[in-house]
Design a protein around this ligand. Structure first.
Ligand code: BGC
Length: 600
């Protein structure tokens, strides 16, 4: 168990001793993770629940850092009142900062960090994320995502560092180091979670097997638009290992102690029930001695019968289950499965011991868990400065044939929804699961940043409908994808929408030099738009500190970002049959290769 400052043997001894004292119901409860709106602190105490999470919408009301701390503390305190007082692990989706918390620093999504190619910067970003997360009492981040996103039509492309397994491995390991800090048992550390194991970024368009999962009660959001997310990764084992498993080797070597199973299948078999990949490869071959957490309702996709889901998932190697709602039924099923001989007690004991070992290694047990960092660290100036630096480093100058950037002080006509909208800058997984538009949290927009710059006269008209007589040296158009997350972002066609193209033409008429900035979770097909603009910049999903984009536009910071994945040039890609790395969107033309970026 590397990466932890605590003696691993001591953690294992603690886990073995405690497991021996637990009843079967307590063991089952230790393997249970419940979303916070489905359980009260008293129920946590009564059952001795192992973990609670804030999934989407799992925010306190009001959603402030201090209220987060109170909410998490109630659950942590409750666990200490259980019969054996086993500490609880509280988990959150801190995937680009502690991003559910209003007022937290929101860093660029991973695709932008991938463009920085800078492990030290990524480590610093995840360090700050850990401090803000731990300040609210939560000690488990469901991050980093280690997907090697091969098909940009996938709605989770932006959660991936890129389509190069080596880049994902390098930056993923840096993220783990950042989350763990000086040691897992130190104040300000959170335990990382490598996700989604394995092959999530290699699924085939149209392969989501909804037909075989008719029993699932698809709720709002898991809808018919889902075409590739949670689908099937159809590759041979050599490819699976070389492309999708590769980053896990580095993530584990960096000391990660939890791994989340993926919704996807591998050649038709769902990962949540995949004994070979979860147990033989991950635990035995790779020596992973932490624990495997299932994804939200992930085991429910295995079988129409919830009992069989529990048996199949735990037998395959899942250790803790993100239930997330019906925790009593889950506990009952585990107990029933052991009593009926469908699930060996040794497997349950192994899972419990793994969970307890991690808790001990994190210093949750004794004599006192490490104190949370001050709540004022959430959204503090230092972290916002770091985020601004990360935003500047992530921007990729896609084209600028005449070298019109940086801008000289002059009049700038500014248009496009993305120029003054924190929600669009942040994208999905911000405050809400799907993100939102407008002032959803605190931050700076590109417009706000530009207005602070001396010498620039800024004229803002979101629609780009300026009076015919208006003419200026510069036009700055910031186009943005709407926010989305997971399969809601699956898109058959990545071509820039017609209304955005119309806006390019409209603004073009009023300016000498037109700069296009794209706020986007993935490459969009630009074709002729590239020639209509003097410069094009990918800002990705920069997060709360939009001023970082202004820094590169005006030359206060250099352009150093490079494409972390190929950028398609033709109409939407047609298929991804091979999933081979570097051939990320086979069947498409390539506009720019991975690594492209016009440097300062
Ligand atoms: C996602 C995970 C996430 C979990 C908890 C799932 O829908 O796939 O990435 O960690 O929800 O919010």
């Amino acid at each position: 168990m590397s990466g932890a400052t605590i003696d691993p043997t001591r953690s294992q001894v603690y886990a073995a001793d405690l497991t021996a004292k637990m009843t079967l119901v307590e063991k089952a409860a230790q393997l249970t993770q419940v979303e916070k709106n489905s359980i009260t602190p008293d129920e946590v105490a009564e059952f001795a629940i192992g973990s609670v999470l804030s999934g989407s919408g799992g925010n306190p009301d009001p959603n402030t850092p201090a209220d987060w701390r109170l909410m998490v503390d109630e659950y942590l305190d409750a666990a200490t009142r259980s019969r054996l007082g086993v500490p609880l692990l509280y988990g959150t989706d801190s995937v680009h900062g502690h991003s559910n918390v209003r007022g937290a620093t929101i860093f660029p999504h991973n695709i932008g960090l991938g463009a920085t190619g800078d492990p030290e910067l990524v480590e610093a970003v995840y360090r700050a994320t850990a401090v803000e997360t731990a300040a609210t009492g939560a000690r488990w981040a469901f991050a980093p995502t280690l997907a090697v996103a091969l098909d940009a039509r996938w709605g989770r492309t932006y959660e991936s560092f890129g389509d190069d397994p080596d880049l994902v491995a390098r930056l993923g390991a840096a993220a783990v180091r950042g989350l763990h800090g000086d040691g897992l048992d130190r104040s300000g550390s959170v335990v990382s979670c490598l996700k989604h194991y394995v092959g999530d970024g290699g699924t085939t368009w149209g392969s989501i097997g909804r037909g075989d999962m008719e029993w699932i009660d698809w709720w709002d959001g898991w809808g018919p638009g889902w075409r590739i997310d949670q689908g099937d990764t159809i590759v041979d084992e050599e490819t699976l290992r070389a492309v999708h498993l590769k980053p896990y080797l580095d993530g584990l070597a960096a000391g990660s102690l939890t791994v989340m199973a993926s919704y996807n299948s591998w050649n038709g078999d769902k990962l949540h029930g995949h004994r070979y990949l979860l147990t033989d490869v991950l635990k035995h071959e790779l020596g992973f001695d932490g624990f495997v957490i299932s994804d939200w309702l992930g085991i429910d996709q295995l079988d129409p019968d919830p009992y069989r889901c529990v048996v199949d998932a735990l037998s395959a190697g899942v250790d803790m289950v993100m239930v997330p709602f019906e925790f009593r039924r889950f506990i009952d099923n585990v107990v029933r499965a052991v009593e009926a001989g469908d699930l060996p007690l040794e497997r349950v004991d192994d899972a419990v011991a793994r969970v307890l070992t991690v808790k001990h290694a994190m210093g949750l047990v004794a004599p006192q868990p490490p104190p949370p960092p001050p709540i004022e660290t959430v959204g503090c100036d230092d972290h916002r400065r770091l985020a601004r630096r990360a935003v500047a480093a992530s921007a990729v100058r896609l084209s600028d044939p005449a070298g019109v950037l940086p801008l000289a002080p002059a009049t700038v006509l500014v248009a496009g929804e993305g120029v003054d909208d924190i929600g669009l800058q942040c994208g999905g997984w911000t405050i809400e699961w799907q993100g939102g538009r407008g002032p959803i949290t605190r931050g700076t927009t590109i417009l706000g940043g530009l207005r602070e710059c001396a010498g620039f006269e800024v004229v803002h008209e979101p629609t780009g409908r300026f009076e015919p007589s208006v003419h200026a040296r510069y036009g700055l158009l910031v186009l943005a994808e709407p926010p989305y997350s997971e399969g809601s972002g699956d898109r058959a066609d990545l071509t820039l929408p017609a209304e955005d193209r119309a806006l390019v033409e409209r603004l073009r008429r009023h300016v000498d030099t037109l700069i296009l900035v794209l706020i986007t979770g993935r490459p969009l097909v630009l074709d002729s738009v590239i020639d209509q603009c003097d410069a094009v910049v990918a800002a990705w999903l920069p997060g709360s500190e939009g001023t970082g984009i202004v820094d590169v536009l005006i030359g206060a910071a250099p352009f150093s970002g490079r494409l972390p994945r190929t950028w398609p040039g033709g109409p939407g890609p047609t298929d991804n049959p091979t999933g081979s790395a570097g051939n990320s969107t086979s069947g498409e033309q390539t506009q720019w290769d991975r690594g492209h970026g016009v440097m300062t």
